[in-house]
Design a protein around this ligand. Structure first.
Ligand code: PHE
Length: 359
């Protein structure tokens, strides 16, 4: 009997002292395992007289039940406190300030394209597109650029392998091929025949073999084209004066139209804007100097004819401008190459927020 009460108190205190599930398992083995103390008491039953066995057996069974219940209770307590400890240590601290989200910005080229579209849009121009990869008919021939013209040379133009039928293919060297593509569209021909007017701008990528601080092999141009029966050089001039003043946000920006030559316009003019150089710093506006910013002219009768329009009936003007160049001038960017480096610090500095978009 003494034995039993000692074993009982030892087993129960081992259970209640167990600090974790491993210690509890050790206490279980010590009492109820094969060589455990309670199991040892069971084994003594066989050697007892039947009278004694019955009474002592009942007490040992009761003890076994008591130890099992204590183990169960302790196991429950330990696992809920283990869970509580995990909940505390693994808590998500929702009071931490959120990591700052990297804010994107609009690339100055995209921004300037939107600005162009907004200004020309108010004058009735719509945005037209064409492929970056062109055949030489659209890029050169349709535009009255003769076969021996230096612009066609391999030093200037990226040639791609010819098509299966032998057609020479280039990366377009200007946006002017979209003039031809647009004039040739049947719905445009019909609209013009019905007395309508064509007014498009074509912002897009262009390619030439050139690479320095003011030339990259890929750059951007915007083409403009107006065709109807009455548009003359006065309209060309008014349109470009209005555009430049709106774009550079200078109401009295001086402009100079200088006679020039392009195979696809006649007469042709290059346009300069007034500027000044003070302490090596360029300022757009009044001043003693001029900066060339675009080429323009009245669409050449041969181009109209090449594009299926009768030059006796139709006329109009065209212009072409470097988007990267006017973006550099407006936003004070000194190296053209930085546009295409994808340097995030540069993009954050020169980029525009969505709220500054003119779209
Ligand atoms: N395509 C010419 C260039 O790339 C620009 C231009 C376009 C000139 C339309 C006149 C008319 O230099």
């Amino acid at each position: 009997m003494d034995d039993l009460s000692t074993i009982r108190s030892e087993a129960l205190s081992a259970v209640s002292a167990a600090a974790d599930l491993a210690a509890l398992e050790a206490a279980r083995v010590a009492a109820l395992g094969k060589k455990g103390s309670v199991t040892g008491l069971m084994k003594t039953l066989g050697g007892l007289a039947p009278e004694q066995r019955k009474e002592f057996g009942a007490r040992v069974n009761q003890l076994k039940g008591e130890v099992e219940a204590a183990l169960e209770a302790r196991r429950g307590a330990l696992s809920s406190s283990a869970l509580a400890a995990r909940l505390v240590s693994e808590k998500v601290d929702i009071s931490l300030p959120a990591r700052p989200e990297g804010q994107g910005s609009l690339h100055p080229i995209g921004q300037v394209m939107d600005e162009l579209a907004a200004i020309f849009g108010e004058m009735g121009f719509t945005w037209a597109d064409g492929p970056d990869i062109e055949d030489d008919w659209h890029n050169f021939t349709a535009l009255n650029i003769p076969p021996d013209h230096p612009a066609r040379q391999m030093q200037d133009t990226f040639y791609l392998p010819p098509r299966a039928d032998g057609t020479p293919i280039v990366l377009r060297t200007h946006t002017s091929p979209v003039q031809a593509r647009t004039m040739l569209r049947p719905e445009v021909q019909k609209m013009l025949a019905d007395g309508g007017a064509l007014r498009i701008i074509v912002p897009g990528r262009t390619f030439r073999i050139d690479n320095d601080a003011t030339h990259t092999p890929m750059f951007h141009q915007v083409e403009g084209l107006v065709i109807d029966r009455t548009t003359h050089m006065g309209h060309l001039k008014g349109c470009l004066v209005d555009f430049c003043r709106a774009f550079f946000e200078i109401d009295d920006l001086p402009l100079r139209f200088r006679p020039s030559y392009f195979p696809f316009t006649e007469p042709s003019a290059e346009v300069d804007i007034g500027c000044s150089w003070k302490d090596g710093e360029l300022r757009i506006g009044a001043g003693g100097s001029w900066l060339e910013i675009l080429g323009s002219g009245m669409v050449h009768p041969k181009v109209l004819a090449n594009c299926g329009l009768d030059p006796e009936i139709y006329q109009g003007f065209a212009f072409g401008m470097g988007i990267d160049r006017i973006a550099m001038l407006k936003y004070g960017i000194s190296d053209l190459r930085s546009f295409f480096d994808s340097d995030l610090r540069w993009l954050h500095h020169y980029g525009f927020s969505a709220l500054e978009s003119v779209r």
